[in-house]
Design a protein around this ligand. Structure first.
Ligand code: C5P
Length: 224
């Protein structure tokens, strides 16, 4: 049977917590990668920890968003970490995406569409006139133009993105529990895979509390 693919978000500034996350999420039932974001990568020992990590699928969630030269320079600056995946905001613009792609080498470049913590009301607040679904579709077209390797969007938009984007689709905003915290566009794991997500990203529902039990809860949910 095909294994479900999951990136566990290692959102902490503590290397011992991240070690605990990695050792407690080992499972033969899932294909697991580890996502390191702004909190860990900016922590005192986070970068060093990632530089020494071996035999894992790694995802550097920097969400770069800057002028083309700065984006490509930043990608060069982290190339020693040899991430399998790395993120850039699609809203950085086509030239920045192209510059990043040119620099990235073997690492897969993921374009981040509208954050899963934003809904239509929040988008209006920051000055966007299109609704979320239209914007995400628009950004997926840009990702195609820039030849990006993957897209991050909400699991609610996978079908729309899939209609025009044929490479990997990665979805955060996954909720196994009823608490959605700061996320707005959420879906449960089963629905997300059913919609066609290649990878889910899960943080707090896995890493808060008893990690092993949370992983088992996810596996049970997927087998239901
Ligand atoms: O704890 P939770 O499952 O909400 O964590 C989701 C993770 O995915 C966080 O690390 C967050 O930074 C990241 N992410 C996201 N929405 C995006 C892109 C990344 O939630 N659009």
């Amino acid at each position: 049977m095909k294994k479900y693919k999951l990136f566990v978000a290692c959102d902490s500034e503590s290397t011992s917590k991240v070690k605990r996350i990695i050792s407690n999420t080992q499972s033969s039932k899932l294909k697991i990668g580890y996502k390191f974001g702004l909190q860990f990568l900016n922590s005192k020992n986070g970068r060093k920890f990632v530089s020494k990590l071996k035999n894992q699928i790694t995802f550097g969630d920097y969400k770069f968003s800057d002028i083309p030269n700065t984006c490509s320079s930043a990608i060069k600056a982290v190339s020693d970490l040899k991430f399998n995946y790395l993120t850039i905001h699609i809203s950085a613009g086509l030239d920045a995406l192209k510059a990043a792609k040119k620099e990235i080498g073997k690492t897969k470049l993921i374009g981040v569409t509208i954050l899963t913590s934003l809904d239509n009301k929040a988008l209006k607040e920051i000055g966007f006139n299109k609704d979320v679904k239209k914007l995400v579709l628009h950004q997926a077209k840009l990702a195609n133009k820039a030849k990006l390797d993957a897209i991050v969007c909400s699991a609610q938009e996978v079908k729309i993105v899939r209609s025009i984007f044929k490479k990997e689709i990665i979805t955060p905003g996954i909720r196994l529990n009823s608490k959605s915290y700061d996320q707005k566009r959420v879906l449960n794991p089963k629905q997300a895979y059913k919609n066609g997500s290649d990878w889910l990203v899960m943080g707090r529902d896995i890493t808060k509390g008893n990690i092993k039990k949370n992983v088992q809860k996810l596996i049970d949910h997927l087998n239901q």
